[in-house]
Design a binder for this molecule. Structure first.
Ligand code: PGA
Length: 255
């Protein structure tokens, strides 16, 4: 039976009141696979969601963290602060952070380490630009990112990771990778984890696809053997759409 993770990434959307309303609606739907569902929310909405989802199995995650334990880093949030709220996941290396906020493979690497140490599951994002894909080298780009992002991590640490393949050209554009393109790259990532850290580790690491996933394309993407779930931006803002994807994952997991 395939175990999916259906993770919403709210980005910089939703106030506390909107988050609370979403959570109440989602809870009322009694998702059959609630424990495979998670929401990555803005920092200020995390405690609201953790409280609202208590006892439901639905998980909550942050979208970023600082790599130092504490210190003079104005505007940053530490892993202990996230831990105290009780989040289960944290997105690391999203392409929007790499593009707009100077996230590098080195900072990603340090963030992965502090999160794993704290027992928070990182959702590591990797992906290529359209230009890189057109030059015929998505595997080289992703291979490079993974090699640097995972540098110095042990097999025991890497098995706690979730990795999201998010082609940059598909994020928020409405253009989705074809199921074959998505499956190919997720398979490539899985092969790389196996090569670097062994088969047992590879079998534990969930690989998600992200980039304009929505109810209309969820089935064809999620039914690919190498894809274990989705990181969903736009379609996670509407509770009905998000739930539809989660319910599709539940159906597929029982086939
Ligand atoms: P999208 O975003 O679903 O809106 O394309 C995905 C993401 O950035 O994680």
């Amino acid at each position: 039976m395939k175990e999916f993770l259906i993770a919403g990434n709210w980005k910089m959307y939703k106030t506390k009141a909107e988050a609370r309303a979403f959570a109440e609606e989602l809870k009322a739907m009694n998702l059959p696979n609630a424990s495979s569902v998670a929401i990555m929310a803005p920092f200020t909405q995390l405690d609201t969601l953790v409280e609202a989802f208590k006892g439901t199995g639905i998980k909550v995650g942050a979208q970023n963290v600082h790599y130092e334990k504490e210190g003079a880093y104005t505007g940053e949030i530490s892993v202990d602060m996230l831990k105290e709220i009780g989040v289960d996941y944290c997105v690391v290396g999203h392409s929007e952070r790499r593009q707009y906020f100077g996230e590098t493979d080195e900072t990603v690497n340090r963030k992965l380490k502090v999160l794993i140490d704290a027992g928070i599951t990182p959702i590591l994002c990797v992906g290529e630009t359209l230009e890189q894909r057109n030059q015929g080298m998505p595997q080289i780009v992703i291979g490079n990112q993974l090699t640097h992002d995972l540098a110095g991590l042990t097999e025991d640490e890497v098995r706690h990771l979730v990795i999201a393949y998010e082609p940059i050209w598909a994020i928020g554009t409405g253009v989705t990778a074809t199921p074959e393109q998505a499956a190919d790259m997720c398979g490539f990532i899985s092969g790389m984890i196996e090569g670097l850290f062994g088969e047992v580790c590879m079998s534990r690491v969930k690989i998600l696809y992200g980039g304009s996933m929505k109810p209309e394309n969820a089935e064809e993407l999620l039914s690919q053997p190498s894809i274990n779930g989705g990181l969903i931006g736009g379609a996670s803002l509407k509770v009905d759409k998000f739930a539809e994807i989660a319910i599709e994952a539940d159906r597929l997991s029982k086939l």
